[in-house]
Design a protein around this ligand. Structure first.
Ligand code: NOJ
Length: 555
């Protein structure tokens, strides 16, 4: 059955770094309102806004102290309502971030739980007795160290899978769950189109709270071990959907990393828990369980294989949300293309691959103008809690400060969080004040103002890609067409076909810094898009230049 969101193109805003309307150095809701026309021009329909609820900002808003209010840094509830109204006037849809695995230690529920660790609110969290002088078990938090934090003057500990300021909510407690459903419905009533759902697989814990074999010298074990052992997340997610999203025909995108083998259909199939979930295949390439210091390089053939496998696995089940980056990852172009080759053609090529896949494209702010990783000179310039942990870990593993900062520059989440580069004025036009995080020095050459009018810019190419996706003639095949890998016998060529009945298009990306002649496997009908001026075709042979990408109609 067709759904309203199937043919939409989405965009992620990281509000703190998008546009600052009042000169305090922090992006805000009024800033977003003032840029809606820019997004409309690009062709965006759905906007996901990372958290803007009240928060102490230990983890940039992913630690919520009040789900019903907007943090004053970002504006007011009136601003939020205006944003919803202005988006609607432009036929655009707003998604908020739903962070319900944990809240902030400043949330009133948690404060009450600490005041009375035997009382009603204590059961909103996981509070357990320590084992002698030690925490209840040896799980390692995502941000390093034990998942357990001791409650002063007791032998009790509370559980936090992320930072200690982000206590996990006890989803076993029906009262808590219904409080969350109430809040979700309250927002949906306000006119949200749906949510991006944070860290949701973590809501089900292995309630035995027992040790697993340690996997590092700290004596702790990865939280993944616990997630593998935890059974029954599906019942929780089913109820969540029934009580909330389903009633509103909301669009939901889960941040799901560890679904169990063979369970994809339960998440995004017909009657799945969510509408969609992110495809993290590109982001997880080369990642080591041990930490960033141990990450490996990957080849284009590996990248191709990862994307293709995921497309084939998902095609008959549902729609994944396709990304090349987000606020938790380095910039996609820096992650997937060598620095010295990372020019506009290569950026456009990567964009074409992502936008033409089957699924819902999610563009992360700045991706459409080809923003790159930053060059942080020292750890002092970093704000992100996870980067600081990974930096310390790298040093502990014997890397020098210089080597550790190199790792930070490659993988830090702050790479994607530097302010949006609007123009070539001071602070890239992001703020008239002092930006909360360094602005990437390359803003003079990479910025929106210089690209909007330039028909050869990365921005204009993204616009063309979206236009093609939405064109009357090709919309159906791009949204609903099957995905078929092609030309896999060539190294460094990412090629695939999208086909629906008698409509067929083919995407061929020459993912390397040298030209390549290839034999077309199907008869050529016409060129729909190309990142070079022209394409050399002779009979069934095409000569592709460095990082050339072409989208062809074929018979
Ligand atoms: C995933 C979010 O995207 C990330 O930014 C955050 O740190 C964790 N979940 C915890 O909420």
């Amino acid at each position: 059955m067709k759904k309203w969101w199937h043919d939409k193109v989405a965009y992620q805003i990281y509000p703190k770094s998008f546009y600052d309307s009042n000169g305090d150095g922090i992006g805000d809701l009024r800033g977003i309102i003032s840029k809606l026309d820019y997004l409309k021009e690009l062709g965006i329909d759905i906007i996901w806004i990372s958290p803007v609820y009240c928060s102490p900002m230990v983890d940039q808003g992913y630690d919520i102290s009040d789900y019903y209010n907007i943090d004053p840094r970002f504006g007011t509830m009136d601003d939020m309502e205006e944003l919803l109204k202005e988006a609607k006037a432009r036929n655009m849809y707003i998604l908020m971030d739903l962070v319900i695995n944990h809240c902030s230690d400043q949330h009133e529920w948690f404060k009450k739980a600490l005041e009375d660790p035997e009382g009603e609110y204590a059961d909103y969290f996981y509070i357990r007795e320590g084992k002698g002088n030690k925490p209840p078990c040896n799980w390692r938090s995502y941000f390093g160290g034990s998942v357990w934090e001791k409650i002063p003057n007791t032998n009790k500990y509370y559980l936090h899978l992320f930072a200690k300021e982000q206590p996990d909510l006890n989803w076993e407690n029906p009262k808590l769950r219904h409080k969350l459903y109430e809040m979700i419905n309250w927002w949906l009533e306000k006119g949200l189109a749906g949510f991006r759902i944070d860290a949701i697989i973590n809501v089900k814990k292995d309630l035995r709270f027992e040790d697993f074999p340690a996997d590092m010298e700290d004596g702790l074990c990865s939280i993944d071990k616990m997630l593998e052992a935890a059974e029954g997340v599906g019942d929780m997610l089913y109820e969540l959907n029934e009580e909330t999203f389903k009633k509103y025909d909301a669009f939901t995108v889960g941040e799901v990393f560890n679904e169990k083998e063979g369970e994809l259909h339960k998440f995004i199939g017909k009657d799945g828990y969510f509408s969609s979930m992110f495809d993290f295949e590109i982001e997880t390439l080369g990642k080591s369980e041990k930490g960033w210091y141990d990450n490996k390089e990957f080849t284009t053939n590996e990248l191709r294989k990862a994307i293709f496998n995921s497309q084939l696995k998902t095609m008959d089940i549902g729609f994944k949300a396709n990304i090349i980056e987000n606020h938790d990852e380095p910039r996609g172009v820096s992650h997937c293309i060598k620095d010295e080759e990372c020019n506009d053609n290569a950026k456009k090529m990567l964009g074409a691959i992502s936008i033409m896949l089957r699924g819902i494209p999610f563009i992360y702010q700045g991706q459409e103008i080809g923003m790159t990783n930053n060059k942080f000179s020292s750890i002092e310039e970093i704000d992100d809690i996870s980067t600081i942990d990974q930096y310390k870990l790298a040093i502990k593993q014997g890397l020098s400060e210089k080597e550790a900062i190199k790792i930070v520059n490659k993988y830090s989440r702050d790479n994607a969080r530097t302010p949006f580069q609007w123009d070539n004025s001071d602070n890239a036009g992001f703020t008239t004040g002092r930006p909360w995080l360094v602005v990437n020095k390359n803003y003079e050459s990479i910025n929106a103002a210089s690209q909007i009018e330039d028909k050869d810019s990365v921005f204009s190419f993204y616009k063309e890609l979206i236009k093609l996706r939405k064109s009357e003639e090709f919309k159906e095949v791009i949204v609903y067409g099957k995905f078929r890998p092609m030309l896999e016998e060539y190294d460094n060529i990412v090629a695939f076909c999208r086909e629906l009945e008698d409509k067929k298009i083919m995407i061929i990306a020459n993912y390397q810094n040298e030209e390549q002649i290839i034999k077309l496997p199907e008869k050529f009908k016409g060129i729909l898009l190309n990142n070079y001026e022209s394409l050399e075709i002779e009979k069934d042979k095409v000569r592709l230049q460095e990082y050339e990408v072409v989208i062809l109609e074929i018979y």
